[in-house]
Design a protein around this ligand. Structure first.
Ligand code: PXG
Length: 288
């Protein structure tokens, strides 16, 4: 496997980062998780825009143009003979002295891994996921904005561990006011009386690229989409619930904390959105 690392492609055994890299020492860096579908890098430009926003938010200046990064992503896929893949694009603050100060890091590092995808088993798309609400709250945006896709994922990882302890693969994270923020690695949508509703990013959600794609798909299908504060009460009373994410794509939820949602089966609106999504991933983006 060839990895792109700071301007060149190297074998995975040679793809190494210094122990003095602040990405490792402090989680100081940003990343993107991207999918390649049938030779189409899904919404690559949007991923790179979000990467730029994440970097800007932590005052990390990217020394590469969007075109350079985009070309490196595509070339990494081509060199590895991939047509379907999961792409991990990481930018770290780079090597520096011990101590938090990011200005002691001379230059950021970039690496791109394109690999096979670990998907949720197919049965969850036909039968639906059973998820839980975890006690760990989504970090307050005033402390660290969840809109930044940073290398600091401990908040989500703690929630993921709790989900597993309750026997669930995903979990709702509430914000510190008790509103639904998102899941550990997915955005959440409910369907109520034919309308699709998801929490606004301000409630502590990442502005998911899949979330955005669902907005566009729903509008095209003539389904109303709204960003609204949601509580667990709204989820209990939803007709349907589904999650979106680069890894999960669009996946239905049929139980929360042991309570059945709607009919207890993946709903019709979910089905229409998933069908359109599966088509969109093949054309909406950048061809290799
Ligand atoms: N919320 C969080 C906290 C995420 O990390 C999403 C929502 C969905 O965003 P996108 O842009 O993917 O629709 C994410 C994305 C992984 C993995 O390896 C996690 C994500 C993406 C890709 C892979 O677990 N999270």
């Amino acid at each position: 496997m060839k990895i792109f690392l700071d301007g060149a492609w190297v074998d995975s055994a040679e793809a190494k980062i210094s122990v003095f890299d602040h990405g490792l020492l402090y989680g100081d860096g940003v990343f993107e998780g991207i999918r390649l579908y049938g030779g189409n890098v899904f919404r690559l430009d949007q991923h790179l825009e979000r990467l730029e926003y994440s970097a800007k938010a932590i005052l990390l200046e990217l020394p590469w143009s969007r075109k350079e990064i985009s070309d490196a992503v595509c070339e990494t896929c081509r060199l590895n003979n991939l047509t379907d893949a999961y792409i991990r694009l990481v930018v770290t603050r780079g090597v520096g002295d011990l101590g938090l100060s990011p200005w002691l890091c001379k230059k950021p590092s970039i690496f791109i891994i394109a690999d096979k995808i670990a998907l949720y088993p197919a049965k969850y798309y036909s039968e639906g996921l059973e998820i839980v609400t975890v006690p760990t709250r989504r970090v307050n945006p005033a402390a660290l904005s969840p809109a930044i896709k940073s290398l600091n994922y401990l908040n989500n990882i703690l929630a993921k561990i709790e989900a597993r302890q309750f026997g669930a693969l995903e979990a709702i994270m509430l914000n510190d006011q008790g509103f639904v923020a998102e899941c550990t690695g997915d955005n959440i949508f409910i369907v109520h009386k034919g309308r699709i509703i998801t929490p606004a990013a301000q409630q502590g959600a990442l502005k998911g690229i899949t979330r955005d794609a669902v907005f566009d798909i729903a509008r095209r299908l003539g389904i109303a989409v709204e960003e609204h504060d949601l509580t667990r009460y709204d989820v209990w009373n939803a007709d349907e619930v589904f999650l979106t994410g680069t890894g999960a794509e669009v996946i239905p939820v049929v139980k929360l904390d042991g309570r059945q949602i709607g009919s207890g089966k993946p709903g019709a609106v979910f089905g229409r959105v998933l069908e359109a999504f599966r088509k969109a991933v093949l054309t909406d983006g950048t061809r290799l």
